[in-house]
Design a protein around this ligand. Structure first.
Ligand code: FES
Length: 122
């Protein structure tokens, strides 16, 4: 399934701290910014992150392909599998693991939903 990709810069004024038990979370988007089956590119503290909506649940992984640095959010998303637009390695956005291609996996970031807002552990 082809995806429509969206880019967004994070508003750092929305930083909240000590949400839950771990880390510091930053508000980066509204849930409606990432419809089911879509991906979005965000930058948090200089990290390029791909947010994906898989059947109504939100997942975040590094947005740069470990093979040759392509932006994965410019690729395609099929269920939880993102395929790189350059050489077609694929990764699971839930686990970060490489599914195909001779490459390492992706860093995984925790996402929390509060009402209509999305927060990511930076
Ligand atoms: S850059 Fe992603 S597979 Fe080559």
């Amino acid at each position: 399934m082809a995806t429509e990709n969206i880019s967004k810069q994070v508003d750092f004024s929305a930083v909240i701290e000590a949400w839950g038990q771990t880390g510091t979370f930053v508000k980066f988007a509204k849930t409606i910014d990432v419809p089911v089956g879509k991906m979005m590119h965000v930058e948090v503290d200089g990290k390029e992150i791909l947010i994906a909506n898989v059947e109504g649940k939100f997942y975040a992984v590094g947005d740069r392909c470990p093979h040759m640095n392509a932006l994965l959010s410019k690729g395609t998303l099929n269920n939880s599998i993102v395929t790189c637009p350059r050489h077609f390695s694929s990764f699971d956005v839930i686990t970060g693991k490489a599914i195909s291609g001779n490459t390492q996996g992706l860093p995984v970031y925790q996402v929390k939903v509060d009402g209509n807002d999305l927060f990511i552990d930076r």
